[in-house]
Design a protein around this ligand. Structure first.
Ligand code: 5GP
Ligand code: ZN
Length: 111
């Protein structure tokens, strides 16, 4: 298995895991871009949103991201959930992941 995030799921690579259920895992980004920067991933390997065939998987990732944001104290003040898909969006790890970013004001449009 060559996928970095599958290795984190399998505990073959360490990560700061903050939440987990049957379907999803949440861990802190190694290179945080905001005071809270958590990655939420499905335990099933899906390379990107382009390969996501089961909409329920996307719904579970999104609901998990919301729950992580709430647990981080961001529900009321606000947060951003980002899924980078392929080259122009800057995707570097090809296991679908939602970035949960918060704890500071964020500009729009994104870079
Ligand atoms: P992408 O650019 O694909 O949307 O996001 C990949 C994210 O994974 C980046 O924010 C990067 O910092 C993070 N990342 C890459 N390798 C690791 C790692 O080994 N551990 C953790 N926790 N995050 C990683
Ligand atoms: Zn994977």
């Amino acid at each position: 298995m060559s996928c970095l995030f599958c290795k984190i799921i399998a505990r073959e690579i360490p990560a700061n895991i903050i939440a987990e259920d049957e379907h999803c895992l949440a861990f802190r980004d190694i290179n945080p871009q905001a005071p809270t920067h958590v990655l939420v991933i499905p335990k099933e390997h899906v390379a990107s949103l382009n390969q996501m065939t089961d909409p329920a998987l996307g719904g579970r990732v999104l609901a998990f991201a919301r729950d992580v944001a709430a647990a981080e104290g961001l529900a009321e003040r606000g947060y951003r959930v980002v899924l980078n898909t392929n080259a122009e969006a800057g995707q570097t790890v090809f296991h679908l992941h939602a970035h949960v970013l918060g704890g500071r004001a964020q500009g729009w449009p994104p870079g």
